[in-house]
Design a protein around this ligand. Structure first.
Ligand code: COA
Length: 153
């Protein structure tokens, strides 16, 4: 799998799988670093890293093409993002996901992230459409982080 950084021609369709707001995606692409995974000529995965401050970087968007989901690529991308953040000298990588995003919560925790806070009513306050996943209304943002400096948890 070839994972590399790009600075243009962002795979918007993939990015919108993780965040339905094109406006927000474009705003953080402007300030962030976008990495893609390619299989032959096809872009099959993407993630975006966005610096929060000198010590902290956020995994802002991660998505795998529907046809390729469930085969370990998402985990490979998260581990790549962690590695990259360490190389860039950050001490903490953080990520946020919905309370109803059970698979994503599993993925991040399997990669060493721990829950640090809950942004209550984040989704009800920021999205006009009701979001339901796994039969659960998505209302709160669960924030997770992984400490990189000690390589530990
Ligand atoms: N319970 C336990 N473990 C679970 C799980 C569950 N319900 N759902 C997923 N996992 C685990 C898998 O077992 C795997 O871990 P393992 O390799 O140790 O077994 C890991 O989570 C991830 O699986 P993987 O195949 O690497 O994920 P993926 O390639 O399907 O990618 C996403 C995951 C989230 C990136 C992908 O589903 C996607 O693009 N979704 C749409 C966009 C999105 O929601 N992005 C995140 C926004 S917060």
């Amino acid at each position: 799998m070839n994972i590399h950084k790009i600075d243009s021609n962002y795979p918007m369709e993939l990015l919108l799988l993780a965040d339905p707001s094109e406006e927000l995606v474009e705003a953080y692409l402007d300030r962030g670093q976008c990495y893609i995974a390619k299989d032959s000529d096809e872009t099959i995965g993407v993630y975006v890293l966005l610096s929060v401050d000198d010590d902290t970087i956020e995994l802002k968007n991660i998505a795998v093409h529907e046809r390729y989901q469930g085969r370990g690529l998402g985990k490979e991308l998260v581990l790549h993002a962690i590695e990259r953040s360490m190389e860039l000298g950050y001490k903490i990588i953080e990520v946020g996901t919905g309370n109803s995003s059970l698979n994503q919560l599993a993925l991040y925790q399997k990669c060493g992230f721990r829950i640090v806070s809950v942004d209550r009513d984040f989704f009800t306050n920021h999205y006009s459409e009701e979001i339901v996943e796994n039969g659960i209304p998505c209302v709160d943002m669960i924030r997770l982080e992984k400490r990189l400096s000690t390589g530990g948890r």
